[in-house]
Design a protein around this ligand. Structure first.
Ligand code: HEC
Ligand code: HEC
Length: 193
């Protein structure tokens, strides 16, 4: 059966609308609603497994989400979730969360772990992440006040050759850390302000 000319026109318009820069405006509140249950209303996440994202740089957030979507970067949930998101939606989300205030999670500090963690931090992390781990520009990110459990999970993957590491430079620097050093430095960084 021949397609009716009207249907073809409708289909054609659909294609144009989807790829045009004037495509329907992005409803950022609606989009961010999907993220709230894990990353909080303003990107301040609840719980050790979900990283806080509010106040990180837009460039970093945008890059990470694109890499998660393509599978280039390890993720447990994000890659699957982002499969249906367009580049424009990811850019809008990155912009939205970068405009939120970074809130440091209050985490109990244990003296013994902190002292060991501080030593590791001074030797290994400080030169890239800063004395206060508060960089939110250039290529590094905010870490002070991030959840310790998340930092620890990231580092455990960095020392495990099974995983692809997003920063070769960092991989080289943290490669020889022991599990005890990793636990301690994660603990220290989480409450470093
Ligand atoms: C079911 C919980 C869940 C939902 C919903 C969720 N995330 Fe995540 N997000 C995570 C977890 C867990 C990680 C750590 C990576 C992983 O294992 O997937 C993460 C990581 C991230 C990161 C990387 C942060 C970093 O410092 O590397 C960004 C950015 C992010 N999420 C943005 C979003 C956005 C935007 C949404 C909504 C579209 C969203 N997330 C929805 C759980 C979630
Ligand atoms: C040579 C520079 C360098 C050193 C040293 C370094 N980092 Fe990083 N780190 C980076 C860069 C660059 C990124 C962002 C790369 C990316 O994830 O795309 C990063 C990202 C991170 C992340 C976030 C990763 C994610 O996926 O959310 C954590 C956590 C982290 N670093 C912790 C540490 C800790 C703790 C130390 C010390 C034990 C350390 N880093 C040492 C450069 C460095």
């Amino acid at each position: 059966m021949r397609k009716s000319p009207l249907l073809s026109i409708v289909a054609f318009c659909g294609v144009v609308a989807a790829s045009s820069p004037f495509a329907a405006e992005i409803n950022i509140v609606g989009l961010a609603n999907t993220c709230n249950s894990c990353h909080g209303m303003d990107g301040f996440s609840a719980g050790q497994a979900n990283p806080s994202i509010g106040g990180q740089s837009a460039d970093y957030l945008n890059k990470v989400m694109r890499e998660q979507r393509s599978g280039e970067r390890y993720s447990s949930v994000m890659g699957r979730l982002l499969k249906s998101y367009t580049d424009e939606e990811i850019a809008a989300l990155a912009d939205h969360y970068s405009r939120q205030e970074w809130r440091a999670a209050v985490q109990e500090r244990q003296l013994r772990l902190s002292l060991r963690g501080k030593r590791v931090h001074n030797m290994v992390c400080k030169k890239c992440h800063g004395a206060k781990d508060n960089k939110a520009k250039d290529e590094t990110i905010r870490l002070g006040g991030q959840w310790a459990g998340y930092i620890q999970a990231v580092l455990n993957r960095y020392v495990d050759p099974k995983y692809q590491r997003p920063s070769d430079e960092m991989a080289e620097a943290v490669n020889s850390l022991s599990p005890e050093d990793i636990e301690a430095v994660s603990h220290f960084v989480a409450s470093n302000k």
